[in-house]
Design a protein around this ligand. Structure first.
Ligand code: NAP
Length: 309
């Protein structure tokens, strides 16, 4: 029987691992298929406190894992296949093996929704990105035209942010009105460096042969007309997909698939806590995920103490 099992090794999971390991709970940390989480797909992280010179996303996660292991966390490259919370027991199937634990911290993260167009996968990190806050200030986008895809708050926020660096920000949206909140939409449309392109979809990102983004092919969804647009970057901001499918029917979820905690990180199952991007559909920052991981670890410690007391 484990004291603490942590699912996921993004900022939330590894922070929870550091805290529970320092509390001598010897957490078992399961990486899933993407050790280090989404941050490992980012180049330089410039907004994580403590690194004025910035830090490579992969390095940041590697350091967090080393810090957790230094205090006794056991990190295992393994995937959880099923969970059961019946009869007050927390049971998992991990790569075919049964694992039972007194507490569980689910920090399974979220994935960026993809455009699913030619060129997108091939040019990821070469101009295609899903995070303006992470990548917008990179030299390749400075004083260059960039495209943001989407019409929600994320797209508006990303487009506004990118106007600090880019020469012009084209906002490509599939309809002729924004889904974003009025304040975000108004701010965006008032920004002289933003040029909306309505009723349009990106159908291809070029140029794979050049090994960098040089432009996009667009289709007007009302008229069917096709065009090309030169740009150095494509920022897809069309939403996220939380990694919560495994927990459907076991824990409460919002309609958009994110966990619905009771309180900050607790769930309706005693001893089961949730943290990070699988819970937070609003901020989605490394530091906020780390904060939730810390809170989940402290709650798990308190829960374990209550079992003994
Ligand atoms: P969202 O609200 O779901 O918006 C996604 C946008 O992408 C929509 O405009 C949607 O178009 C478009 N889209 C979806 N799939 C697409 C596809 N395959 N191709 C092209 N376009 C596609 O997601 P979000 O903007 O990430 O926001 C998520 C939540 O976080 C929201 O509740 C939002 O309010 C919140 N948030 C808040 C802030 C803030 O307050 N500062 C910032 C960011 C996010 P349609 O409009 O046609 O559906």
């Amino acid at each position: 029987m484990e004291n603490v099992v942590i699912i996921g090794t993004g900022c939330a999971g590894l922070t929870a691992a550091i805290y529970t390991a320092r509390a001598n709970l010897k957490p078992l940390v399961l990486t899933g298929i993407m050790p280090g989480g989404l941050l490992t797909t980012t180049s330089i992280v410039e907004n994580f406190p403590g690194f004025p010179e910035g830090i490579d996303g992969y390095e940041l996660m590697t350091r967090m894992q080393a810090q957790a292991e230094k205090f006794g966390a056991q990190v295992r490259f393994a995937t959880v296949e099923s969970v059961s919370f019946d009869s007050g027991l927390i049971q998992l199937s991990v790569d075919g093996e049964p694992v039972q634990t007194k507490t569980l911290i689910v920090s399974s993260g979220a994935g960026h929704k993809h455009l699913n167009v030619p060129g997108e996968n091939e040019l990821e990190k070469k101009g295609v990105t899903y995070c303006a806050t992470c990548d917008g200030a990179l030299p390749m986008f400075r004083n260059q035209p960039v495209v943001v895809v989407g019409g929600g708050d994320s797209a508006c926020e990303e487009a506004n942010y990118l106007t600090r660096f880019a020469s012009v920000v084209y906002l490509v949206h599939r309809r002729d009105s924004l889904r974003a909140s009025k304040i975000m939409a108004d701010r965006l449309l008032a920004n002289p460096k933003v040029q909306p392109i309505w009723d349009s979809a990106v159908t291809e990102i070029t140029d794979i042969a050049a090994d960098k983004v040089t432009g996009v092919k667009l289709k007007n969804l009302k008229t069917g007309s096709e065009s090309t647009l030169a740009c150095s970057g494509v920022f897809a901001a069309i939403g996220h997909v939380p990694n919560t499918a495994l927990f459907k029917g076991h824990l409460d979820l919002h309609g958009n698939g994110y966990f619905k905690p009771s309180g900050f990180v607790s769930t309706r199952v005693p001893g089961v806590f949730v943290a990070g991007d699988c819970v937070d559909s609003v901020y989605r920052q490394a530091i906020t995920a780390a904060g939730m991981g810390c809170a989940a670890a402290i709650e798990a410690e308190r829960y374990l103490a209550s079992l003994e007391g």
